[in-house]
Design a protein around this ligand. Structure first.
Ligand SMILES: C[S@@+](CC[C@H](N)C(=O)[O-])C[C@H]1O[C@@H](n2cnc3c(N)ncnc32)[C@H](O)[C@@H]1O
Length: 216
């Protein structure tokens, strides 16, 4: 059965950090690698899309204790866990969908998203990335570490399966459910370029996850 996104993560909060670090291929290295691509200036403004319990932020704060982070996440439980981890950090948390929140213009020195965006289709990503591109200062990095489809055939199949499950289970449009529908990493890079990111590079492969660096 499909679960609502926030319910899915609330039900798995216990042991979430250990599960990610131990069971997701590459995770023992990719959080640190991802954070190392973010700005190091004291007070740098960083936006995190789908911050969860803040695994990537642990690594960011280790490198840049003075970073000022805005984290957006659908799950209030994940955000509460994050808040408890970093009581003395400059963090603004927004409990909402990153598709719905206005990001502002030319505000952020960098942005990051880890293992969150593989649940959404190309059209939704295009408008999100256009909004993100506007919110970043010129040349600011967006670091995306995520799970990607291994082939175009699989990409199509994931979306077909999700549509069928939504229909079978009578899930209304607009309800965000947890189901993996990754694009291929090449398609993701295309969407980033279409949204206005100039320099888009696939930097590292971690099995089925990749790190993509896009410059605003
Ligand atoms: C697998 S967790 C990753 C969390 C964290 N980035 C990490 O790597 O540990 C995915 C997170 O994305 C959040 N998420 C999924 N869709 C979202 C959306 N549309 N807006 C905001 N957060 C979302 C979920 O609530 C969840 O906390």
């Amino acid at each position: 059965m499909l679960e609502r996104m926030d319910d899915f993560f609330a039900a798995r909060l216990d042991g979430y950090d250990e599960h990610m670090k131990q069971n997701i291929q590459g995770a023992s290295a990719f959080y640190a690698y991802t954070a190392a691509l973010l700005p190091r200036e004291d007070g740098a403004e960083v936006l995190d899309l789908g911050c969860g319990t803040g695994l990537e932020l642990e690594e960011l704060f280790a490198l840049n204790p003075g970073a000022q982070v805005t984290g957006i996440d659908l799950s209030p439980d994940m955000l509460n866990a994050l808040r408890a981890k970093f009581p003395d950090k400059a963090i603004t948390l927004i409990n909402a969908s990153y598709f719905d929140v206005p990001f502002g213009e030319s505000i952020y020195d960098g942005a990051v998203s880890v293992e969150s965006l593989h649940h959404f289709p190309r059209e939704m990503k295009l408008s999100l990335y256009q909004k993100l591109h506007k919110a970043l200062k010129p040349k600011a990095p967006f670091v995306l570490t995520d799970y990607f489809a291994e082939s175009e055939e699989l990409e199509v199949e994931y979306f077909r399966n999700l549509a069928q499950l939504r229909e079978e289970q009578g899930i209304q449009d607009g309800v965000v459910v947890h189901y993996d529908t990754p694009l291929t990493v090449e398609h993701e890079a295309e969407v980033l370029r279409e949204a206005g990111f100039t320099d888009v590079r696939i930097l590292q492969c971690w099995g089925t996850s990749y790190t993509v660096l896009a410059e605003a």
